[in-house]
Design a protein around this ligand. Structure first.
Ligand code: ADP
Ligand code: MG
Length: 605
């Protein structure tokens, strides 16, 4: 009996689709690339549920006629190449003619397209590679592809998708990779009805700033080199802009985003002595070579590239970046006369300067029974805790002293406050102490996250945090997407002591901060906060206040806490004992281990 048989088309298509379309972001990439190849000057990306239910790309490109609209879903159907030789003079993004066939195999598609020179357009509806509808329709010039319910017939692939936040991140990244090299095209991006990104046609520098935020404005330096065999253009960021993550590294070859280990090394190595170990410089570099000297057909996603002579490109790129960094170091980086406290450069003539103001606690009484906490300037935890006391425990009005004959029963709060707890810091990470005759071991980092979370939640719901007004507000800037989120939580951030005021789409003035917050760190604090907030909102669908409190608490726990002195440890433990939920951190980590008598005895049996 013969055992070999041909796979049915539908199965073969689904298998092939796996190579091209791994996730919603892959479909976004293919559709936008097609729109670019169609000569569009305006591209709209509309996403629902991180691409799970809808990915729509609308372009004003040349459109397709009635027959082409049907043909485009066939495997190996392309208008871009005719012979294998054409592969070596590519000027288009697509050429394999398999993206639409792949998407059609695993989704429902609605295509509306019209060529400007024709009267009517075409509507096509497909489901799992089958054409369900193919009719003339009225529609605008250009093409609109709506991909609905991606992987609807391949549940196994659907299960491989990550959280919405992660998938949305991939989509954003694909859009960045395309928009950063096609600056003459206008892009807009909507997610669940909300405008996430609006990029007008511009030059590359402006595009980078529009994508990543105005803070790049003075930090980008041009890289340029033009030889007979290779042209290099683009921008590199100042060494001090280097980040731990690689996410601001963009290398393009002939207008195509590529990943190339060797060429990335050519750039990174020039920064070696200038940035801390593990940090990655930001760069946006385009390399242009004759199409015949590269092979882009190595992988179905076309993200890899092979050069005829990559050593030569390495040398040119390395030299070009070195040259720019060289000129940079000629500009003095450290100005010994510069005192940041006396920086008036940010003030424009005629600008109205806000006088510094103090927020007073009207309930404060100097006769309060609570001993006043000293604010040590060196220790932000002490400062932070004094902050808590100031805000949440409104001092009682002075009362005439009562004569007390018998001891009144105390509540737990008081017992905690008055307790003398002996503790020990172990391994720089755990506090060990006795409480209620039980041996407690507390993970400092997790406990700190718990304390901060409850503190922030309480602030959001009951007692706003005291704001220290800035005399000369700094400006902070974000990517358009991050700015959108900041805008969404402005009033909550204010309640938490961060008074931000939007200046333009991506920049905010920092008018006030909590007392324990160094103003120079605000950019980083809010940036990281937004990252975490995005995850909480999309991933866990937490309610707004807890998502905010959790994110800020997580952000604040990113740095190591120094609690070496006994009073610091005491205060810390008491804050933790006051928590409503003690034993688990808001991100689900175990905070404490409690050992009873018997358990300790058992250790010695
Ligand atoms: P490829 O891009 O490799 O040719 P695709 O499957 O992505 O393969 O697309 C098939 C064909 O459909 C393209 O060659 C092009 O002729 C046509 N096409 C796809 N998208 C568009 C669009 N947005 N506007 C006009 N034509 C398009
Ligand atoms: Mg294509």
């Amino acid at each position: 009996m013969n055992t070999i048989h041909l796979l049915p088309d539908i199965v073969a298509n689904q298998i092939a689709a796996g190579e091209v379309i791994q996730r919603p972001a892959s479909a976004v990439k293919e559709l936008i690339e097609n729109a670019i190849d169609a000569g569009a000057t305006k591209i709209q990306l509309i996403i629902k549920d991180a691409g799970r239910t809808l990915i729509q790309v609308v372009d004003n490109g040349k459109g397709m006629n009635f027959t082409d609209a049907r043909m485009c879903f066939e495997r190996h159907a392309t208008s871009k190449i005719n012979t294998a030789n054409d592969l070596y003079c590519l000027t288009t993004k697509g050429f394999r003619g398999e993206a639409l066939a792949s998407i059609a195999a695993i989704a429902q598609i609605e295509l509306k397209t019209k060529r400007a020179e024709e009267e009517t357009g075409t509507l096509i509806v497909t489901e799992g590679s089958q054409i369900k509808e193919h009719t003339p329709t009225a529609t605008q010039d250009g093409t609109s592809f709506s991909i609905k319910n991606l992987f609807f017939n391949v549940p196994a692939r659907r299960n491989f998708l990550k959280s919405d936040a992660v998938e949305l991140g991939h989509i954003e990244e694909e859009l960045n990779r395309l928009s950063l090299i096609h600056c003459d095209i206008e892009f807009s991006f909507y997610h669940n009805g909300k405008l996430m990104q609006q990029l007008p046609a511009s030059n590359q520098k402006q595009r980078i700033i529009n994508v990543f935020g105005a803070h790049f404005k003075d930090k980008l330096f041009p890289v340029e080199l033009d030889t007979a065999t290779v042209k290099i253009t683009g921008f590199i960021a100042k060494p001090e802009n280097a980040k731990k993550k690689k996410n601001e590294q963009y290398l393009f070859v002939n207008q195509r985003f590529v990943k190339h280990y060797l060429l990335t090394h050519a750039v990174e190595t020039t920064y070696k002595e200038l940035i801390p170990e593990g940090h990655k410089p930001a760069f946006f570099i385009e390399i242009t070579v004759p199409p015949a000297t590269i092979d882009i057909n190595i992988s179905p996603t076309k993200i890899d590239v092979k050069f005829q002579d990559d050593r030569m490109i390495y040398a040119f790129l390395n030299a070009a970046v070195k040259k720019t960094l060289g000129t940079l170091s000629l500009i003095p980086q450290i100005d010994f006369n510069y005192n940041p406290e006396h920086d008036f450069s940010g003030i424009k003539p005629k600008e109205v300067i806000k006088p510094p103001s103090l927020t007073l606690n009207p309930n404060y009484s100097p006769y309060s029974s609570k001993p006043e906490k000293k604010i040590s300037t060196s220790d932000s935890w002490q400062q932070f805790l004094s902050g808590i006391k100031q805000e949440t425990v409104a001092p009682q009005p002075a009362e005439p002293e009562k004569l007390v004959f018998a001891e009144e029963p105390k509540n737990t709060e008081e017992v905690i406050d008055e307790a003398q707890i002996k503790c020990l810091l172990f391994s720089d990470a755990y506090l060990v102490f006795l409480w209620n005759d039980l041996l407690h071991i507390v993970d400092v980092k997790a406990a700190r996250e718990r304390i901060l979370f409850e503190h922030y939640l309480n602030a959001l719901e009951n007692a706003p945090i005291v704001i220290q007004q800035s005399m000369f507000p700094e400006t902070i800037t974000f990517s358009a997407c991050a700015a959108e989120i900041v805008n969404d939580v402005l009033s909550e951030l204010r309640t938490l002591g961060y008074e931000l005021e939007q200046i333009d789409r991506t920049s905010f003035a920092v008018n006030g901060t909590p007392i324990d917050q160094k103003s120079s760190d605000i950019q980083q604090v809010i940036e990281q906060f937004v990252e975490m907030y995005k995850t909480h909102q999309f991933l866990h669908k937490t309610d707004k206040n807890s998502a905010i409190a959790k994110s800020l608490a997580r952000q604040k726990c990113g740095s190591k806490l120094q609690i070496t002195s006994e009073p610091e440890q005491q205060t810390f433990i008491k804050q933790w004992l006051h928590c409503q939920v003690r034993h688990i951190s808001p991100s689900g980590k175990k905070v404490s281990k409690v050992l009873m008598n018997e358990e300790v005895h058992k250790l010695f049996e």
